[in-house]
Ligand binder design. Structure first.
Ligand code: NOJ
Length: 747
């Protein structure tokens, strides 16, 4: 290919024209918006700010659309209905403005990917992006052009049912994966028919609900908001995320839907967000129940003045805004701004040019490419937590395999939370997969034993025991049904439900190797069951292709690589438990449980006065970033490019990684940094970079990771985001507690 070289002048000219074109684009966009806005009545403007529920469409809904009283409809479930609603809006309303059709497309539309918490365990932005792309392709066929994802709430509490929807406890990981999901949904160009607008939610702090109880209040001070909870949202905005949803919680007494600080000062003024802010379901009206507003009018004033553009189904805006503007309580300028944001999104999505969908087009749902991507995502999401004496993978000497438990063949539960549109008949369960893929060589003996995870009926236990006795190994599928996690599905106890634990204890008595596969929407407190098992694979709710992905891993066709995106506590009472906590003045040293060894009438200070529990010590069951492989990796020769850096430098971190085991495999290398002393106390470590590295058995590679020093910036005592000079400790390794260490200074 002939190379073209440009001289300096030509490059400048090119840059000039590029800038000119992008400004022109912006002016055309603004001109189109302003032109339309100038034709709108106040009522029509308010109509754009109103989102209605399309679940039970009736003449009343059609009439509202006809009158221009709806800017968006969520949950219109059929393509024909979407076209019908669009037709009314485009052809029968005065200005013919198309509707924004929205739906919760969270981890797949038809082809279901693992729950987001499972996807996070892959530490793989590419597979997360691909999953979102596929979800966009499948859902846009149904006329959906706006999803309410990614959910990027930092979640440090496994009791909270919505942890399943999140990317876990870490800010940096949530940033990377949130951006990947936004890119996947929105594609390269929002105006393409298969692109759908993303929505970063829930702004903000929702995951910190007190006691892990959904919708509960949060008390997050501004600095913590800025250092931990804001960054995933700021990164999503920078990546072009089209919309943001406010959260249900009140933080320090202010419900998010009426919080001017987060919506105006931060989102609009600091981050320059020009997309749409939508409330969560009825959260504008809920400000009355919060006791923050006395009535619908006050709630409307509070939300609209804070900068909330669209009211999701609480009808406050449509009922109150007209008279509030006329009474001077809300300025029309604020309304115009909100409507501009909404129209801008409609123009960017190309809805004015292509409001309808072609219902005759062949659907791509469940096509081979989508299924294979879902399988890969599931494979990469699995975390091997234990593998005593290399129990896994199972060898060819296994001739009879007992498949036992309530989740071995539970298509509905395998999909996980927030799956309105996945077809359960398309789900490939582990039982099917073992039979279909491995049934020729291995006799599969199946006993469901418990009908579902909460089942307390033990009458089928004898059959399970006899199946186990006849077999060479047992794979027991336990965990939780999908309904036990997700919105408003919080738990105060995280033990295995029903009689699942007893089942494992009974199986143990057979002396056969036990492989425990856990399907769940959150970390469960399974210390005892882990002890009883020879191998443990955490499979989350793995989606459509979870079955074959599990079967292949059990038989060694694939090798586990997933790492925990969240700390697993031993006991619920240890929550909140997260790896990047502060050190305290008295960090814990002991890991043993002391409760029963305390002598009678000891001295008050005899136990050492450190930050731990007498009955649970302080260490987790499994730390953040933990996950085993069938192979082994060795980290060596850590070298930093310098141990004395400027704030503008980039640190090169070199090391060699060797695959010292028998399997080709991927290792997720994690780089953590501790800022030793700060103007405020700093976490004991923070994830700053990660990389997936594939090595063949016996292979050795020199790796070079880059860490821009700017990434060590934080909001300090003066509320400035800065890198403070001083000493830092770097840790590079296979999880958040094991690794090679090196120190450096920043000037
Ligand atoms: C309430 C949930 O909190 C939110 O995440 C979801 O997108 C909306 N309902 C719409 O279904």
């Amino acid at each position: 290919m002939k190379k073209i070289f440009l001289n300096k002048q030509q490059i400048l000219l090119l840059v000039f024209f590029l800038i000119l074109f992008s400004c022109k684009d912006k002016t055309t966009e603004d001109a189109k918006i302003n032109d339309l806005l100038s034709k709108m009545t106040l009522q029509e403007k308010i109509g754009q700010m109103n989102q209605l529920n399309g679940r039970n469409p009736n003449e009343n809904l059609f009439e509202q659309i006809r009158k221009g009283e709806a800017g968006s409809i969520l949950n219109a479930e059929k393509p024909e209905l979407v076209n019908q609603l669009q037709k009314i809006s485009v052809e029968e309303s005065r200005l013919g403005i198309p509707l924004l059709i929205a739906r919760d497309v969270i981890h797949g539309y038809k082809t279901i990917f693992p729950i987001p918490l499972g996807q996070a365990a892959s530490f793989n932005p590419d597979i997360v992006e691909k999953g979102a792309r596929i979800a966009a392709i499948e859902s846009s066929e149904y006329g959906i052009r706006w999803t309410f994802a990614p959910m990027i709430d930092i979640s440090r509490d496994a009791r909270w049912g919505r942890i399943a929807e999140s990317f876990g406890e870490d800010t940096y990981l949530s940033e990377c994966l949130g951006v990947a999901m936004v890119k996947g949904f929105q594609g390269d160009d929002l105006s393409q028919p298969s692109s759908i607008a993303a929505c970063a939610k829930h702004f903000v702090g929702y995951g910190a609900a007190e006691g892990g109880r959904d919708y509960n209040s949060t008390f997050i001070p501004e600095r913590l908001l800025r250092n931990v909870y804001f960054p995933p949202f700021e990164s999503a905005v920078k990546a072009g995320c089209a919309t943001i949803m406010t959260s249900f919680n009140d933080n320090d007494g202010v419900p998010s839907s009426g919080n001017k600080f987060i919506l105006k000062d931060v989102l609009r003024d600091e981050w320059k967000f020009d997309g749409v802010v939508v409330s969560d379901w009825a959260s504008v009206r809920e400000m009355i129940k919060h006791g923050f507003c006395a009535n619908e009018s006050e709630a409307t004033i509070s939300a609209v003045n804070a900068g909330l553009d669209m009211d999701m189904v609480s009808y406050c805006y449509i009922q109150c805004l007209d008279s509030l503007v006329k009474a001077g309580a809300v300025s029309e300028k604020i309304i115009d701004n909100a409507v501009r944001n909404i129209l801008r999104l409609k123009f960017r999505l190309g809805l004015f040019d292509h409001p309808y969908i072609d219902t005759n087009e062949k659907s791509k749902a469940y096509c081979e490419d989508h299924l294979q991507a879902a399988k890969q995502a599931a494979t990469e999401s699995f975390v091997l937590l234990k593998n005593e004496k290399n129990t896994l993978p199972l060898s060819s000497s296994i001739k009879k395999l007992a498949i036992i438990g309530p989740l071995a063949d539970a298509p509905h539960d395998q999909m996980g939370t927030w799956c309105f549109d996945g077809d359960k008949t398309k789900i490939q369960t582990p039982l099917n997969a073992f039979r279909e893929i491995y049934g020729k060589d291995v006799e599969i003996i199946y006993e469901q034993t418990l009908a579902y995870s909460r089942d307390k009926n033990k009458s089928a236990f004898p059959k399970a025991i006899s199946a186990a006795q006849k077999s060479d190994a047992i794979v027991v599928f336990v965990g939780e049904e999908s309904i036990l996690s997700g919105e408003a599905h919080c738990l105060a106890e995280l033990n295995l439900q029903g009689e699942q634990s007893t089942l494992i204890k009974e199986l143990k008595k057979t002396g056969k190797p036990i492989i425990m596969v856990v399907m769940a929407g959150r970390p469960l407190t399974i210390a005892e069951e882990v002890d009883l098992s020879d191998a443990v694979l955490y499979a989350w709710h793995p989606g459509t292709m979870g079955g074959p992905a599990i079967a292949d891993m059990i038989f060694g066709k694939t090798v586990p690589s997933g790492k925990l995106p969240v700390t697993f506590p031993k006991y619920v009472g240890q929550i909140p438990m997260y790896y990047n906590h502060n050190n305290t003045g008295r960090p814990a040293k002991r890991t043993e449980i002391l409760l029963n060894d305390i002598p009678l009438e000891p001295r008050q200070s005899s136990l050492g006065c450190t930050s731990f529990y007498l009955d649970a010590a302080f260490d987790p069951l499994f730390p953040f970033g933990y996950g085993l492989s069938y192979t082994t990796f060795e980290y060596k020769d850590l070298k930093l490019s310098s141990d004395n850096l400027n704030k503008t430098d980039t640190l090169s971190v070199k090391f060699t990684l060797s695959n010292t085991g028998k399997y080709d495999a991927t290792e997720i290398v994690q780089l953590y940094v501790r800022d030793m002393v700060g103007s405020i106390t700093r976490p004991v470590k923070e994830l700053k970079a990660f990389e997936r590295i594939f090595l063949k058995s016996g292979e050795r590679k020199e790796i070079n990771m880059q860490l821009p020093i700017q990434q060590l910036a934080f909001w300090n005592i003066d509320f400035k985001k800065t890198v403070e000079p001083g000493d830092f400790q770097l840790m590079l390794g296979t999880n958040s507690i094991e690794g090679l260490k090196a120190d450096f200074k920043v000037k």
